[in-house]
Design a binder for this molecule. Sequence first.
Ligand code: GLN
Length: 222
Amino acid sequence: MADNVIKIAYLYEDLMNTYGDSGDVKVLKYLLKKKNYETQVDNISLDHEFDADDYDFVFFGGGQDFEQTVVAKDLIRHKNTIENYVNNGNPMLCICGGYQLMGDYYKTNSGVTIKGLGILPLHTIFKSDKRMIGDTKYMTEWGEVTAFENHSGQTYFDDTNKLHPFGQMIEGYGNNPQDKEEGLRYKNLIGSYSHGPLLKNVNVANAIVKMILQRHEERVNA
Ligand code: GLN
């Protein structure tokens, strides 16, 4: 593998890709190309083998409840590799349905509880009174972000010492209607409800590119 090839694992690309989330990977490819890196994107789908140690970045997009049910059953095989990758400080971006599945569980509209990976101490519950849909604006450590959200699940952190929000809401809902917080930051993992795609916000995209290049350096020199 040439040193200028960045390897991206796209978890369940064929099932988890709502509202243009694959655009996040396209933005990263574009920015990396400008820095003279090629990008290899592997779709890690049902029954595929996966070792996160082989990658510079892991992406997990959004999906509807049905797809999440299918994916959750398969995903559990990869718990250890994803957990080690994240806890070692490697970069990962999880959007909406993917973000929810990194937590303990998602209790859906139909009362079904989808078991998540349990890597992040958070849970998500459907509440019939509010579908959180519309434009969002929030402040992050890298500046303002504008995006779009569309979800019924409301996410709550179960360990606020470990998990910190990705942003403070200016417009829209984010994790839930009460906390005025968007997504999560844990080490170099970002979880977010933002579609649009999120990485049209070049401030966030550039920050992730930096993380990816650092990880790439460490991986190829290991
Ligand atoms: N099915 C989930 C919800 O409605 C996630 C939706 C999505 O990924 N856009 O909360």
